[in-house]
Design a protein around this ligand. Structure first.
Ligand SMILES: [Fe+2]
Ligand SMILES: [Fe+2]
Length: 186
């Protein structure tokens, strides 16, 4: 079963902590998926695989990105670990046979979000943030109750704003800056 294979992969690579994290994200993301009438199974798969690149070192991620000819953001050039969202997508696709575009896209932008992100992308993005910094995303209960896209946009916006306002970003990725700008106008 896919879930077992994913679990074994984290464990086999001594990534227990990452496994605990993605399982916590999956739980939050599935609750959100239900509130937002999304396919909970797909959301769960995206959540479990979003940090699968933990099985690679930042240097390996960087050389994969170079080999594949990915356009590397200056932030990724300086902090190779910022590539992990894009490398997770590649691993999901190539090692786990994921072909579903929604799953792959959500994995790819889970750290930075991006412009024109869909509800699926935002659920994975915000679930990841809620699991790590619940105090920075105080609207979680609201999201669960409302299932409103406007609230989801607001939660994403406020989280990114919190990062910018508190100097929490060592080097802002262009996708994040663009997503922030787009959400600010909504
Ligand atoms: Fe991540
Ligand atoms: Fe994560």
């Amino acid at each position: 079963m896919l879930t077992d294979l994913i679990r074994e992969t984290y464990l086999h690579n001594q990534q227990e902590e990452a496994l605990h994290h993605v399982e916590a994200v999956a739980e939050i993301a599935v609750a959100l998926a239900n509130a937002y009438d999304m396919d909970a199974e797909k959301v769960k798969t995206a959540a479990l695989l979003h940090d699968i690149s933990a099985i690679r070192t930042p240097q390996e991620m960087y050389s994969t990105a170079r080999k594949r000819g990915l356009r590397i953001d200056p932030a990724e050039e300086k902090y190779h670990a910022l590539l992990h969202q894009r490398i997770s997508k590649i691993i999901a696709q190539e090692d786990f046979g994921i072909t579903d575009v929604q799953i792959l896209n959500a994995i790819e932008c889970h750290t930075t979000l991006k412009t024109n992100a869909c509800v699926f992308d935002k659920i994975i993005f915000i679930a990841d943030k809620i699991s790590r910094n619940p105090q920075d995303v105080p609207q979680y209960e609201d999201l669960l109750q409302s299932g409103s896209e406007q609230k989801l946009n607001e939660a994403c916006y406020l989280f990114i704003k919190h990062q910018f306002d508190n100097g929490l970003l060592v080097f802002a990725h262009q996708w994040l800056t663009d997503a922030y700008e787009e959400l600010r106008k909504k």
